[in-house]
Ligand binder design. Structure first.
Ligand code: DX5
Ligand code: ZN
Length: 218
């Protein structure tokens, strides 16, 4: 099952509730929540308060992408009834195994994100513990960047690892996804597709979600 995960980083925050309704109406599967601390990435976005303002306003689950240093101390803030995944960056965790176990201790699915230059080999000894691996197809920090093609090779390699070692793993991709490249990315083995500017930059947001779903569901 392929899932569409619009990133609210590109939403109009002055009307976040309405924007969430728009993606829900268009058939989005999960809300991608980009949290940036100005240290791990050169940008600051928003924190748990903004995410929690959506509680009770949407049935969609949250996919929390923490682009922050030392995530352990903030993980409990992001545990809510809607939180399906919490994803940390391998590059930001000194004790990645411990962090994964911490996320799972709350009954939340655990994911690890890898920057474009980071090898899959960093996952070797925790691979069976993971519910999700997020392949960054841009350098994290900003929406609206160009897709880095080497992410496709990484996705194919990860798909092989998944089949051999962890068949229930979800492969997620994030950055530069559009209606033009989503099909090629699907073919590389990706299950879950983050799209920020491609969804919220559209004039008709529900229709843009339906356009994505028409490709993902065929
Ligand atoms: C980038 C974020 C992405 C971003 C994607 O650091 O992790 O989720 O919002 O935006 P687009 O789809 O515009 O590349
Ligand atoms: Zn993201």
């Amino acid at each position: 099952m392929y899932r569409l995960a619009p990133s609210i980083l590109s939403a109009d925050f002055s009307q976040l509730g309405a924007q969430i309704q728009a993606i829900e109406e268009g058939g989005a599967d999960i809300i991608h929540v980009d949290v940036m601390d100005g240290h791990f990435v050169p940008n600051i976005s928003y924190g748990a308060v903004v995410m929690k303002s959506l509680l009770g306003k949407t049935k969609l689950p949250f996919d929390v992408h923490l682009m922050i240093e030392k995530p352990d101390q903030f993980i409990p803030d992001f545990v809510t009834d809607n939180t399906e995944y919490i994803v940390v960056h391998a590059e930001a965790c000194t004790h990645l195994h411990r962090t994964i176990q911490l996320i799972k201790s709350y009954g939340i699915k655990a994911g690890v994100a890898l920057n474009p230059a980071t090898s899959l080999s960093v996952l070797d000894y925790i691979f069976e513990d993971l519910d999700l691996v997020l392949i960054m197809s841009v350098n994290p920090g900003f929406g609206g960047q160009k897709f880095i093609p080497s992410a496709l090779d990484k996705a194919r390699e990860l798909k092989k690892m998944k089949e051999e070692r962890n068949p229930n793993l979800t492969i997620e991709i994030d950055g530069g996804i559009s209606l033009k490249n989503v099909e090629e990315v699907m073919e590389a083995g990706v299950d879950m597709f983050v799209a920020g500017s491609a969804v919220f930059g559209a004039e008709d947001i529900p229709q843009r979600c339906r356009d994505f779903q028409a490709i993902l569901k065929k």
